[in-house]
Design a protein around this ligand. Structure first.
Ligand SMILES: *Cc1c(COP(=O)(O)O)cnc(C)c1O
Length: 364
């Protein structure tokens, strides 16, 4: 190769996204409108109507740059969470927050800790800055926080924790997370990723903002991509004390969050009815899928998110048969789980269509 690039960049395995419906339609000559995509943990309801109207209105201003500081949205978030605006960082999706943390905290050769089977972006964010990954074996497919604590080394700057985790759907209850946060060294930052927190049942919910007040080395990240139904708009945020927020802002692109996304998020944030509807639809869909797996005698990891991982044996073959039947799910071989498929919860009709195709694919 004649282009000079750092070895750590050449070593990166690119992120494997869910297959787009248009691509599958072309590939197998299927009708795109009939394809069921349960591959990327998107909200099957799409975006809230309130947000759609906000986007249409905001279109009038797209000739202008977005508000670099996202004042209106930060003001709304700040009121809702009762933290100063200076504690909030907006991101082009919460992926952006993960990268801002890595870029501002990790130097080449220093280390980041994350769990086996954890969200793929932790590895990417670590590798792209030339840092060293310390991958801690999972316990029952989930985070082993005690082992993660023990794995922290003198040069560990960042620990990624996804709770619930993707792609396994596991959840560590709040008291255990709190004990972990109390014991992480003060100069190691924890990026606590709450992408699916809105899907937790009421009895498991907790107040992570109070943790941000207590721990100056904590960043909590959240997204509008999942329960808020706006994955295509790309917006998320981080909450942290000012020292960390200030560092992340130094490496942030000045206009990282587009104006349509800012206005949509502002509208969606006030739409508690939509959030509740998304929660209930997901709870019922998850229950339907998990009881079907029970009936079929298939192993699955009980999920706390909007998807569930099921063990099918030859996952590549089952995935392929599902594709031919017009159903896209997500193989997770890249996460070290070659026998498993991850299925996102869809609309009731999509869940039924998946189960029908799934039984056919397993019988083939
Ligand atoms: C989907 C997901 C995200 C959010 O991605 P966005 O960039 O906000 O769309 C973050 N963390 C995990 C674990 C996820 O699964």
């Amino acid at each position: 190769m004649s282009i000079h690039a750092p070895a750590y960049v050449r070593a990166i395995a690119p992120y494997q996204a869910g297959k787009p419906t248009s691509e599958l339609a072309r590939q197998y000559g299927l009708n795109e409108a009939e394809i069921v995509k349960l591959a990327s943990n998107e909200n099957p309801l799409g975006m809230p109507e309130s947000a759609r109207r906000a986007v249409v209105a905001a279109m009038a201003e797209v000739g202008r740059y977005p508000d670099s500081n996202g004042f209106e949205l930060k003001q709304a978030l700040s009121r809702r969470m009762d933290v100063p605006q200076e504690w909030i960082t907006l991101g082009n999706g919460s992926n952006d927050i993960l990268e801002l943390a890595a870029h501002s905290l990790l130097a080449p050769g220093e280390s980041a800790v994350y769990a086996q089977h954890a969200f793929a972006v932790y590895a990417l964010a670590t590798q792209e800055v030339g840092a060293r990954a310390i991958v801690v074996p999972a316990r029952n497919y989930g985070h082993d926080l005690q082992a993660m604590l023990a794995a922290i080394e003198a040069d560990t700057r960042l620990v990624f924790v996804a709770n619930p985790n993707n792609p396994t759907g596991t959840f560590v209850e709040a008291p255990e997370v709190e004990r972990f946060l109390e014991r992480v060294p003060a100069d190691t930052v924890v990026l606590y990723d709450e992408a699916y927190t809105e899907y937790l049942p009421p009895e498991l919910r907790y107040d992570s903002v109070s943790w941000v007040r207590r721990f100056p080395n904590l960043i909590v990240s959240r997204t509008f991509s999942k329960a808020y139904g706006m994955a295509g708009l790309r917006i998320g945020y981080g909450i942290a004390q000012p020292e960390l927020t200030d560092l992340m802002n130094r490496v942030r692109q000045p206009f990282n969050v587009n104006s349509l996304a800012q206005q949509a998020a502002l509208a969606a944030l006030g739409d508690s009815e939509f959030l509740e509807r998304s929660y209930r639809l997901n709870r019922d869909g998850l229950q339907l899928l998990q009881s079907a797996f029970d009936r079929m005698g298939l192993e699955y990891v009980p999920s706390y998110a909007n998807f569930v991982m099921v063990r099918v044996g030859d996952a590549a073959a089952v995935y392929e048969r599902l594709l031919r039947a017009g159903v896209i799910v997500r193989p997770v071989g890249g996460y070290g789980l070659p026998e498993w498929l991850r299925v996102s919860v869809g609309l009731p009709s999509e869940n039924e269509a998946f189960l029908k195709a799934f039984e056919g694919a397993l019988a083939a």
